[in-house]
Write a protein that binds this ligand. Structure first.
Ligand SMILES: Nc1ncnc2c1ncn2[C@@H]1O[C@H](COP(=O)(O)OP(=O)(O)OP(=O)(O)O)[C@@H](O)[C@H]1O
Ligand SMILES: [Mg+2]
Length: 362
């Protein structure tokens, strides 16, 4: 579906200058700790998220050595899709008080949203491991990110709810007009309801993909629940209940200066279907496998919608045994798109050794 066939990097983190032609749809970046493997994947992830896969501060992206810090970085990649090739690139310029980001397609300045129309980078990095064992907020945010990536309306709903919440709190604090407050609460209820619905629809799809398409690798199930679950079946009844709760909470919310009733009421849990256990209770390797499976299911959602994507797997082999990693590679091949892997040890990639393109960083 989509392949990076060449990459040129200047001044991106530890990569002062790096060029490579990429000769396969499986790319393995190897090398010792600290050599720049993750940075290489991060430079690609920046095309899909302007903070990159580690959500770093923009200032940290410029190559620096000792006291010398560069003020300009550039990443350029040639993207092959079907029978045409496109040049996609971005530059970061450090000005006196700001950092400017510019994205280009075939040297023409565009927004990074335009790049998403062409290709999306989907990644998994070690810092995401905690999703499987930490609390509800991180799990829910992860699900929201997955949905937002494919559904821009959902993303808008999340930010709309935040704006309306701020407006409601400002009105409460300033003892604003109660009629206006009711209008805001009605609007909030509609957005709130849509968010809860969309989460359920997408979790249903992810579960369905796990059941039907992830035949070699671990099957998972995601559960989502809150104490309005029954009411969700009827939109009008649910909106009425939501509005009533917000109305009742006015005094409380005024004193705590935040909305105590919000879409974070949803509780998200991940389950290992073989073990029939909540991910919180699974072993480290099992947790990692569930996470890998969720990313595979997410990639299937892209594939099913015909949205081009490239996969970036940073250190996936940590905690996964040889047998499972082979099964994982089998699943990835089905996407017929490019997948990048990093690792300190080449042996892990024996199963794809013959077809993978190895980048040895030294
Ligand atoms: N802005 C920067 N300029 C120069 N070097 C940087 C910059 N930011 C980070 N680095 C360095 O880049 C190096 C490589 O980091 P990276 O995370 O890519 O390593 P890695 O090969 O993935 O290592 P590991 O195997 O430990 O995951 C680190 O030593 C880090 O200190
Ligand atoms: Mg790394």
């Amino acid at each position: 579906m989509a392949y990076v066939e060449k990459i040129n990097i200047s001044n991106f983190k530890s990569h002062f200058s790096f060029q490579s032609e990429i000769l396969s749809s499986s790319v393995v970046v190897c090398g010792n700790n600290g050599i720049g493997k993750t940075n290489l994947l991060e430079s690609l992830s920046f095309f899909s998220n302007s903070k990159g896969m580690r959500g770093d501060k923009l200032d940290n992206f410029f190559y620096h050595k000792g006291d010398i810090k560069t003020k300009y970085l550039n990443v350029e990649s040639w993207l092959k899709q079907k029978d045409y090739s496109t040049n996609i690139s971005y530059e970061l310029i450090c000005e006196e008080n700001s950092i400017n980001k510019n994205f280009f397609i075939d040297k023409k300045k565009i927004s990074n949203q335009d790049i998403c129309e062409l290709v999306n980078f989907i990644w998994l990095s070690p810092h995401m491991d905690r999703i499987m064992y930490e609390g509800n907020t991180i799990k829910k945010n992860f699900i929201d990110k997955i949905i937002s990536n494919l559904d821009k309306d959902f993303k808008k709903s999340i930010s709309n709810f935040k704006k309306l919440s701020e407006e409601r709190i400002a009105l409460l604090i300033n003892n604003g007009d109660s009629k206006w407050l009711s209008i805001i609460e009605q609007k909030m209820a509609i957005v709130f309801f849509n968010i809860l619905k969309k989460r359920r629809e997408n979790i249903f799809l992810l579960n369905e993909i796990s059941e039907k398409l992830l035949n070699s690798f671990k099957k998972f199930k995601i559960d989502i629940i809150n104490n309005l679950e029954e009411t969700l079946k009827s939109r009008d009844a649910c909106l009425e209940k939501m509005i009533a709760i917000m109305h009742n909470n006015r005094t409380l919310d005024q004193s705590i200066k935040r909305n105590s009733f919000s879409p974070s009421i949803d509780q998200v849990s991940f389950y290992d279907c073989d073990k029939q256990l909540n991910s919180d209770m699974c072993s480290t390797g099992e947790q990692k496998s569930i996470l890998l499976s969720v990313i595979l299911a997410f990639a299937w959602m892209y594939k099913n919608k015909d949205v081009p994507f490239i996969l970036l797997f940073d250190e996936i082999s940590s905690h996964i045994d040889e047998h499972n990693i082979e099964k994982f590679f089998d699943e990835v091949v089905k996407f017929e798109t490019q997948a990048w892997y990093t690792g300190t040890n080449k042996n892990i990639f024996q199963a794809i050794e013959n077809k993978a393109f190895f980048i040895d960083l030294a």
